[in-house]
Design a protein around this ligand. Structure first.
Ligand code: PEP
Ligand code: MG
Length: 539
């Protein structure tokens, strides 16, 4: 039996077999070889493996998202047979006598650059595909394994770190818990674990080489520890605790169908946060009154190209229809910082959290923004939609947004495409927005306070940096005063204010939030019933 401690992201307990997700993020190094034939054989084996992997991915995607969307994996299979690409790899190996990994990575970079420089938009988009297949080949050459979610039983995923794009691609039904060596409690991967009700421990000092697939592990989010190979006695005890937790959750079920109202009669809109269309199931299961934050950027992650207007329209429409007439607040693209997609070509920045991200991208690259706005306005016909803009710092930005929205409306009118104009609100997640919330309240329909970023920017603490987790204090007086001020400013102009950051689910602050006059709290689906219970206990 081996025990390790870490930081808990979601308080739950699970036990199951381990699947170790090994990745090699270190850059490919150039190495000299003596036998080119041996190296070519390695390339051929990696190619065969890649074709098999892509075949499986295609079959899975056809079932889940239809033939049209699955076609990308066929394109990848075709690229793997491209003669120029394969010749380039072989030439580099034979003429420079270098290792296969280096030759593949070089061919990938060169071809991606050629595609990116082409006139045709379709060909330009293939640059990301070439990079993707080259990465796949390099991973196969290095022996890095991909998890085949189709064939595993529900498991405990152990990894060095997980990016949001990796997490969204996982089959959630197959994950019992996450354990990672790195990561911060405020990262989006941590937020996803909370959405899914999955116990997760991060910052666990493990040597992945010593942990083997199939080993049984207990992930205990309450005690903040993971136990590998538990003894019979521990397993029995853990099983009893798992049952106890299930019972507690069962008892919470009587909160379903109840109003979210204090004993004194103050009603709070209690909504849930989601990252993907499939999360709507968790919202309904936990009886949230609506969706207070749909992080739409997750639609853009884990893929090779921008989602089309039609794809987005279908996703938004499905969420709106499923939620019937309940409020659905969709936040426009908040890409950047830890949420990266290669095809955006954002480039490396020294301070990505302070960089080219979210609304800044939308205000510079109107085509990306307009595609999303068109999809949103069209979908608005199907339910009770509100749009929310992230990372606002000034009145001018909101005015620029409204100009673009007007253009989109005109385009839809010209083409006689039906749409309705949703409410438009902003996130208050920068100190600048909080300080000028009196001005902003006059031009928007609502405020939703993003305490995750508001804490990061107010306390000058990178929320991704695990070393700073102990300094990241959303209870800081500066944050609480800003929340109070923002709420008062919203009310002064007849607008509502809510919290959609993780702090909204902090049961120690629920009473204070109610006292401050907040109108809405939007929390992880797994927290909805707990917050409702707390509110109903208040005088
Ligand atoms: C926030 O910053 O509080 C927020 C809700 O947005 P995100 O966590 O996606 O940055
Ligand atoms: Mg934010």
């Amino acid at each position: 039996m081996l025990k390790f401690s870490g930081k808990s992201v979601y308080k739950g307990i699970a036990m199951g077999k381990v699947v170790v997700l090994k990745k090699n993020d270190s850059p490919v190094v150039r190495g000299r070889i003596t036998d080119a034939d041996v190296e070519m054989e390695r390339v051929n084996t990696a190619l065969e493996q890649a074709k098999e992997q892509l075949g499986k991915l295609y079959d899975k995607a056809v079932k889940e998202v239809g033939e049209e969307n699955a076609a990308i994996f066929e394109v990848h299979q075709m690229l793997l047979e491209d003669e120029d690409y394969l010749e380039s790899i072989e030439n580099t190996i034979r003429t420079e006598m270098v290792n296969a990994e280096f030759a593949v990575a070089t061919a990938g970079d060169n071809f991606a650059e050629i595609f990116a420089g082409m006139e045709d938009e379709y060909m330009q988009a293939r640059a990301a595909d070439i990079k993707d297949i080259s990465n796949r080949l390099v991973n196969n050459l290095c022996g890095n394994e991909e998890i085949d979610f189709g064939s595993i039983e529900p498991s405990v995923i152990v990894a060095d770190d997980l990016t949001p794009s990796e997490t969204v691609q996982m089959d959630k039904e197959k994950i019992l818990a996450f354990v990672t060596v790195h990561g911060s409690t405020n990262s989006h991967t941590a937020i996803l674990a909370r959405t899914m009700n999955i116990p997760a421990l991060i910052g666990v000092s493990l040597d992945l080489e010593t942990i083997h697939n199939g080993t049984v592990a207990v992930v205990d989010g309450f005690e903040e520890e993971v136990i590998f190979d538990p003894t019979e006695e521990v397993s029995v005890e853990v099983n009893a605790r798992i049952e106890e937790e299930k019972e507690k959750l069962r008892l919470l079920q009587n909160m379903k169908g109840q109003e979210t109202v204090t004993k004194g009669g103050r009603k709070i809109n209690l909504y849930a946060n989601i990252g993907s269309v499939s999360d709507v199931g968790y919202v309904l299961e936990n009886d949230a009154g609506g969706i207070g934050l749909f992080r739409s950027e997750f639609l853009y992650l884990g893929r090779d190209d921008f989602p089309t207007e039609e794809e987005q329209f279908q996703a938004y429409k499905q969420v709106l229809q499923t939620m019937a007439e309940k409020k659905v607040i969709i936040r426009t693209l908040d890409i950047g910082a830890d949420k990266q997609a290669d095809y955006f070509n954002l480039g490396k920045e020294d301070n990505p959290a302070l960089g080219y991200r979210a609304i800044r991208i939308c205000l510079k690259q109107h085509d990306i923004f307009k595609t999303q706005l068109r999809a949103l306005l069209r979908a608005s016909v199907y339910g009770n939609l509100a749009i929310m803009y992230p990372m606002i710092t000034s009145v001018k930005e909101v005015e620029q947004i409204y100009e673009i929205v007007k253009e989109v409306e005109q385009e839809l009118k010209d083409k006689e495409i039906p749409y309705t104009m949703p409410e438009q609100g902003i996130m208050i997640e920068t100190p600048a927005a909080a300080m000028i919330s009196d001005d902003l309240a006059q031009i928007v329909d609502f405020f939703s306070i993003g305490t995750n970023d508001l804490t990061q920017y107010t306390l000058a603490i990178d929320r991704q940096n695990a070393k700073l987790d102990d300094f990241y204090n959303p209870h800081h007086k500066a944050i609480l005063r800003m929340i109070q001020m923002v709420t008062e400013n919203a009310h002064k102009y007849g607008k509502w204010a809510g919290i959609c950051g993780e702090l909204g689910a902090d049961l120690d602050l629920t009473e204070e939030f109610v006292r401050m006059g907040l109108d809405e709290l939007s929390v992880s689906p797994s927290m909805v019933l707990k917050v409702r219970k707390r509110i109903r206990e208040l005088d």
